[in-house]
Design a protein around this ligand. Structure first.
Ligand SMILES: *[C@@H]1O[C@H](CO)[C@@H](O)[C@H](O)[C@H]1NC(C)=O
Ligand SMILES: *[C@@H]1O[C@H](CO)[C@@H](O)[C@H](O)[C@H]1NC(C)=O
Ligand SMILES: *[C@@H]1O[C@H](CO)[C@@H](O)[C@H](O)[C@H]1NC(C)=O
Length: 594
């Protein structure tokens, strides 16, 4: 779960490169969700991250006990802080009280990174989850911890949510100037949706309404001290983002554009997508052109919907990249990195979408106020690219992690056949260059998640009934049920990979000839399948001809009949060209998900 190549760490010290997460959070307030829960999604996108589900069991601590802190990104030991008498159970980024915290790194002003102290942003999240019950408590805990122990990371946007409220807190360190950090936290209004993706989003904020906005005392005066703000200006006009993380082309095109891809789909204002198209394309990156922190939702959004929004690659939008040569013959949004590339004097970029290959893990939290907190907090956890994740529901009180998702089962250098990360990576890597099969796999993942949501209805009724008499028994019941389901998801994923391999090996589409299919009498390989060629689109053939002229051209003079006979011989075992009809893929679900 931790890790940053040591070379990057070394480069980081030299100031040449920073090893940070590059992530996305999509946020739905209680009033905008279909069932009155608070929802947000998080994808932890770092090429060096091996996706496991972390677990910090609840604990009692003696006076004088210390908690050790390792930097989440670099794995470096940072020091120790005082323990508290009691710490809460934390599974992933959710605790037993239904508090959840996510983040995306915005970086921000380069002089404010690398402060002195013990707390990096990852540890700040997990220590806070161990010590707080509500979003407001968590915000105060953030402030207390960074004031006391210092903050060593660069700029971060955090999502802090409980069953009733969701806040976006943006924080940046004070570099070598001072210990600690400056920050602003804004509550997302009920009925609104929001998000952040590696670009600070809080511009102006209310200075005198602590029910919707709180901030560090020195968020403006510190900017003034280091020359980023002029005290003659009106304090009301102070913008956190424009001061500490000014907008750039990549901030709009590669970062805020991901937030736009979600907000455009759910905005009450149907002109939202068009209104910010120019901005996300990077054609107008002025502060005035930026999207508001949150907008009113036009429809009620469920946890399952949010899973679909995490599968977004700008399909049908101005940033859809499936149509150009980089998409390959299967019109894939997948691009080999780097994100930026050079030709002559110019620099270009590839799009950066919410669904992304380098994700280590991702989740949706669904926080429900009408259930006991240990049951009401639900973590839908997935590994690797959210595009193909099948999210396993796990409850905040859970006392164990499923084996397939646990630390120690494989790692970034060790392939493991019962690790979720390797199962999902295997399928995803098969699909990136065969995007024609991707839609079916996404649909199937969604159908599995729908089934889990239906199963949970009954399981949670049982758990809530148990809870009244014996909370520990209720939690044990859910832990056992959730873990068994999660391990089953990984088995199903390997079965799916087998099915994909059988169906799409070697550039073919391979299916059954039906019950009457010949089978060599059971010897010589047995069954004879229907083998069709996948081929390329005519657009792709045009490209090949454009590149090669007559190089592959058959002379018109040759005898059509003789050529056909010869081609027939060359096509041994093949019955024709696949029509690409998605009805033939995926196969019957019963075959795929056992
Ligand atoms: C970053 O902050 C310093 C002050 O510490 C300022 O001089 C510099 O212009 C800022 N950089 C950017 C890119 O705004
Ligand atoms: C906060 O200040 C603004 C502008 O100065 C004012 O319009 C608003 O009424 C104030 N709000 C509260 C809650 O005091
Ligand atoms: C950029 O957007 C802002 C805000 O919408 C607008 O006022 C400005 O004219 C735009 N600039 C350009 C060059 O389009």
């Amino acid at each position: 779960m931790r890790g940053c190549p040591s070379s990057s760490v070394a480069l980081g010290l030299l100031g040449l490169a920073r090893c940070v997460q590059s992530c996305t959070n999509l946020i739905v307030s209680k009033g905008a969700s279909a069932d009155g829960s608070t929802l947000f999604s998080y994808t932890a996108d770092s090429g060096s991250l091996y996706g496991t589900l972390g677990h910090l069991p609840a604990g009692q601590h003696k006076p004088g006990e210390k908690r050790q802190i390792w930097d989440w990104d670099t794995g470096k030991y940072l020091g120790e802080i005082d323990e508290v008498p009691y710490t809460y159970n934390v599974i992933g980024n959710l605790n037993e009280h239904g508090l959840a915290i996510g983040e995306t790194t915005f970086g921000g002003n380069e002089t404010l990174a690398g402060g002195e102290g013990i707390l990096d942003y990852g540890s700040l999240i997990w220590v806070t989850l161990q010590r707080s019950r509500t979003a407001r408590e968590a915000i105060l805990m953030f402030d207390k911890l960074v004031s006391e122990y210092g903050y060593v990371s660069d700029g971060e946007s955090f999502t802090i949510a409980d069953q009733n409220e969701v806040w976006v807190l943006e924080m940046i360190g004070k570099g070598k100037f001072e210990k600690g950090a400056v920050w602003v936290a804004v509550r997302i209004p009920d009925g609104h949706v929001s998000g952040h993706a590696n670009q600070a989003r809080i511009q102006k904020f209310p200075l005198n309404d602590s029910s919707t906005c709180v901030y560090s005392d020195d968020v403006i005066s510190f900017a003034e001290k280091i020359g980023l703000w002029d005290s003659k200006l009106k304090r009301e006009d102070f913008s956190f983002a424009d001061t500490y993380d000014p907008i750039t082309f990549t901030g709009a095109r590669l970062s805020d554009a991901r937030v736009w891809s979600f907000l455009s789909k759910v905005a009450a204002d149907r002109s939202f997508e068009k209104a910010y198209e120019n901005y996300v394309l990077g054609h107008n990156v002025s502060a005035a052109a930026r999207m508001p922190l949150s907008i009113e939702a036009g429809l009620k959004i469920s946890a399952l919907d949010l899973m679909s929004h995490m599968r977004n690659h700008y399909e049908g939008m101005a940033l859809d990249s499936r149509g150009d040569v980089g998409a390959g013959p299967s019109a894939s949004p997948f691009r080999v990195r780097p994100l930026e590339w050079h030709l002559g004097d110019d620099t270009y970029v590839h799009e950066r979408s919410v669904g992304t290959p380098q994700a280590g893990w991702n989740f949706i939290v669904q926080l429900r106020s009408w259930l006991p907190p240990a049951i009401g907090g639900l973590l839908w956890f997935g590994v690797d690219d959210a595009t193909f994740s099948v999210h396993a529901p796990l409850h905040g009180g859970a006392t164990r992690v499923p084996h397939s998702y646990a630390d120690g089962n494989g790692d970034a250098l060790t392939f493991s056949r019962d690790s979720a990360f390797w199962a999902f990576n295997t399928v995803a890597n098969f699909l990136y260059p065969r995007w024609f099969a991707a839609e079916g796999v996404m649909q199937q993942a969604h159908q599995a998640e729908e089934r889990f949501a239906r199963a949970l209805e009954m399981e949670e009724l049982i758990a809530a009934a148990k809870y009244r008499k014996d909370p520990a028994a209720a939690v044990e019941y859910l832990t056992a049920t959730d873990n068994a389901r999660a391990d089953k998801i990984v088995q199903d994923e390997w079965n799916l990979f087998g099915q994909l391999m059988v169906t799409f090996r070697d550039g073919f589409h391979i299916s059954s000839l039906g019950p009457q299919a010949p089978d060599h009498g059971g010897s010589q390989g047995g069954i004879v399948p229907k083998v069709e060629e996948v081929g390329y689109s005519s657009r792709w053939y045009e490209r090949i001809v454009k590149d090669t002229g007559d190089h592959y051209k058959m002379p018109k003079s040759s005898s059509k009949d003789l050529e056909q006979v010869k081609l027939g011989t060359l096509k041994k075992g093949i019955s024709g060209v696949w029509d690409g009809n998605s009805a033939t893929w995926p196969g019957p679900l019963s075959e795929l998900v056992v």
